[in-house]
Write a protein that binds this ligand. Structure first.
Ligand SMILES: Cc1cc2nc3c(=O)[nH]c(=O)nc-3n(C[C@H](O)[C@H](O)[C@H](O)COP(=O)(O)OP(=O)(O)OC[C@H]3O[C@@H](n4cnc5c(N)ncnc54)[C@H](O)[C@@H]3O)c2cc1C
Length: 327
């Protein structure tokens, strides 16, 4: 077990994580970045070309950019967030060009083309910048658990350092942060607790995948269930996933690398259940959410859906409505 004290712990190694780590370090914080892969090659951006929402701060151009996304999203997008994303993207891409020396191509008019990035080159440069800023990078270190202090505030995280083959904790006060030290806790967690990483020295049974381990992907990947969505198929898939969750709850344990796999199985199952519960709560077609049994858009459902829960999954309309124009 290794403990690291730090002001800021960033979990992940993609664009969001590297920019957050870089800015925190530039502000003078001690920063640790923990990535389950190798920072610079992990995440969706690092593997290919990526389009960037780079729009100059001219009112007409920004308005057109936001209007086009609102339509695609079924008029549920929040313009305040879109404006923040546009501002931030414009500033960071310009910073990448100047300080990161990213080799953006030049158009026939002699102007730089900043609407796209080559992921491998972009993320390679981000890793270099993050390291130069003094961030400590923990590669191959999947985080399995958030840790809280006595007040319940998140104060750090625990994970598995694959190459060292050991547990690790990092945060503001990691030594105080582990709740219920010394108690056996269940991998999938229990209501009201954060379950997962075994305390130092605790022994657990070897990982034992529950029966029907392919249930999650079997319910999520097929097009006829998850793309050509119909209420009956969604309900059937959700019932199967609920049963899978009950199995995980009862039987899934692990330690070391097995703990990571167990947490992944629990996370995928929880996510799949929220996804299908949300899809069932929207009895219309809107934006990219399509229902074969409800092909029309329903003006009465101009709201976002919130979902949550573990043993009992819930989904329903959020209090606020989309800020776009309903059609
Ligand atoms: C096929 C595809 C095409 C896309 N095209 C575009 C595009 O053209 N333009 C665009 O803007 N967006 C695109 N996206 C979305 C793209 O994924 C995001 O814009 C971008 O990668 C998000 O960055 P991120 O840092 O939030 O997440 P990611 O790039 O996904 O990074 C997540 C990071 O978190 C790490 N991680 C995850 N779990 C843990 C854990 N438990 N512990 C430690 N580390 C962990 C991963 O290793 C990874 O480094 C595309 C996505 C896909 C899948």
């Amino acid at each position: 077990m290794s403990d690291l004290l730090t002001d800021v712990l960033v979990v992940g190694g993609g664009p969001a994580a590297t920019w957050a780590a870089l800015k925190a370090a530039e502000d003078g914080a001690r920063v640790v970045l923990a990535d389950k892969g190798w920072c610079g090659t992990s995440g969706a951006t690092a593997a290919g070309g990526t389009g960037v929402w780079y729009v100059p701060p001219e009112p007409a151009a920004r308005e057109a950019a936001m209007a086009s996304r609102e339509g695609l999203g079924g008029y549920l997008a929040d313009r305040r967030w879109m404006a923040r994303v546009l501002d931030e993207t414009y500033d960071r891409i310009n910073e990448l060009a100047v300080e990161g020396r990213y080799p953006f191509p030049t158009g026939t008019d002699g102007q730089p083309l900043r609407g796209g990035l080559q992921g491998p080159e972009y993320m390679r440069r981000m890793r270099v910048r993050v390291r130069r800023a003094g961030v400590r990078i923990l590669d191959h270190s999947p985080v399995t658990e958030l840790l809280t202090d006595r007040d319940g505030a998140v104060a750090g995280a625990a994970g598995h350092r694959r190459q060292a083959g050991e547990l690790g904790r990092a945060g503001r006060r990691p030594a105080r942060a582990v709740p219920r030290l010394g108690q056996r806790r269940h991998l999938a967690g229990r209501r009201g607790r954060r379950g997962g990483a075994p305390p130092d020295g605790e022994r657990r049974r070897a990982p034992r995948p529950p029966r029907g381990g392919g249930t999650r992907t079997g319910e999520v990947l097929p097009y006829d269930k998850n793309y050509l969505r119909h209420g009956e198929g969604l309900s059937e898939a959700l019932r199967s996933l609920d049963a899978g969750w009950a199995q995980l709850r009862a039987r899934l344990h692990g330690e070391g690398a097995g703990l990571v796999k167990a947490r992944q199985a629990a996370a995928m199952t929880a996510h799949a259940r929220w996804m299908y519960a949300s899809a069932l709560a929207r009895t219309e077609s809107r934006g990219m959410a399509r229902r074969l049994d409800h092909p029309e858009q329903d003006p009465a459902q101009h709201h976002r859906i919130l979902a949550g829960g573990l043993d009992r999954v819930w989904a329903g309309p959020a209090a606020g409505r989309g800020t776009g124009v309903a059609v």
